[in-house]
Design a protein around this ligand. Structure first.
Ligand SMILES: Cc1cc2nc3c(=O)[nH]c(=O)nc-3n(C[C@H](O)[C@H](O)[C@H](O)COP(=O)(O)O)c2cc1C
Length: 329
């Protein structure tokens, strides 16, 4: 059967991001935040436990591999490898947009990972715009087909306006999100894809019934850069977006937060928890490490860095780390 436009675009995205990086020039803002070093931690590094309940399951570390791929042949192995490492290290895992699977149900196999990740939270994924076109039972089937614990609805207005074939009528999207939240059997996470979420939007999403926000702020993968590199379309928006640190500060207190966008180390991740997030997440560094055959080492170092930050902040647990004092420069 011929490849659909959605299938070949998903493959282009992965290959382009790995080959070119396509990262923001602008930073996450986390370099302006430091832990107050605790010269007398009075705890043992070995006793630090950063496990936390997320979507009804316990993760060993508050880390999410955020949704990237699915819907074409090679994506099956990418998702299975990422999910297997998530299971090994006790992290949460998200699949990429399942739009290709609605268009061609036989592509479901490229997203199914529950057999290799039986114990970790798995997150289904669809674009907010797509909700306008599909029925609630089609959306529910995305969740049930992969035995997901939540659905991430991605907000990617920036990417869509830069993409030549993009969907640019975002009117009615909030209503469609509210309809989905009202009908779905699992909680909904609203996620950006790298341009961040502000407080007004966070409040509207909460009103629509969303249970978590993945802020996916600026400072990491730039989707306008990806689309510009892919299609040479509209330049000038490669650095558009709310830096991740600012987006966390905007949204904290509205809904529980997953902090992502440019999180590249466990030190970045620990700062996000102390800034008010429940979980931290990343996409690019995990797929890059997978391609370089260093995924497990990368995750191991990331987890160790988070634990060392906790130790040096005198925080024994996830709850303590959330309360750790920060210096803002
Ligand atoms: C190759 C690649 C493909 C992506 N595809 C999706 C997707 O299908 N759905 C989605 O919600 N986000 C997608 N994203 C966005 C990420 O989940 C994340 O929000 C964004 O890349 C920022 O995180 P990062 O700076 O750690 O890469 C993708 C990211 C990458 C790198």
């Amino acid at each position: 059967m011929p490849k659909s436009q959605t299938e070949s675009r998903k493959k282009d995205h992965v290959e382009l991001v790995i080959a070119k990086g396509a990262q923001y020039a602008k930073t996450t803002g986390l370099e302006r935040v430091d832990f107050f070093h605790n010269a007398l931690p009075e705890i043992s590094l070995d006793s630090i436990d950063l496990s936390v309940k997320f979507l009804g399951k316990t993760v060993r570390s508050p880390i999410l591999i955020t949704g990237m791929t699915g819907g074409y042949d090679d994506a099956e192995q990418i998702n299975r490898s990422l999910a297997a490492s998530a299971q090994k290290y006790g992290l949460a895992f998200g699949v990429g947009s399942q739009r290709a699977m609605i268009e061609k149900p036989e592509l479901a196999r490229t997203y199914i990972v529950r057999d290799v990740a039986p114990d970790v939270p798995i997150i289904a994924n669809i674009g907010a715009f797509q909700l306008k076109k599909y029925t609630s039972s089609q959306i529910e089937s995305l969740v049930s087909a992969i035995d997901a614990d939540a659905l991430a609805i991605h907000l990617n207005a920036l990417q869509e306006v830069i993409q030549p074939e993009g969907d640019t009528d975002f009117s009615g999207v909030l209503d469609a999100i509210a309809r989905t939240c009202g009908k779905l059997s699992v909680p909904v996470i609203a996620k950006e894809t790298g341009a961040g979420i502000n407080q007004d939007v966070a409040i509207k999403l909460k009103g629509a019934g969303v249970k978590y926000l993945d802020v996916a702020g600026a400072g990491g993968t730039s989707w306008s850069k990806v689309e510009y590199l892919r299609s040479n379309s509209i330049p000038g928006f490669e650095d558009w977006g709310i830096p991740t640190a600012d987006s966390i500060i905007q949204c904290r207190g509205v809904l529980p937060i997953i902090a992502s966008g440019g999180i590249r180390s466990g030190i970045d991740g620990a700062k996000c928890i102390a800034l008010g997030a429940e979980m931290c997440g990343a996409a690019y560094p995990f797929i890059r490490a997978l391609r370089e055959h260093t995924l497990d080492e990368y995750i191991d170092t990331f987890q160790k860095q988070m634990r060392i930050c906790s130790f040096l902040a005198g925080a024994k647990s996830h709850a303590d780390l959330k309360k750790a004092k920060l210096i803002f420069r």
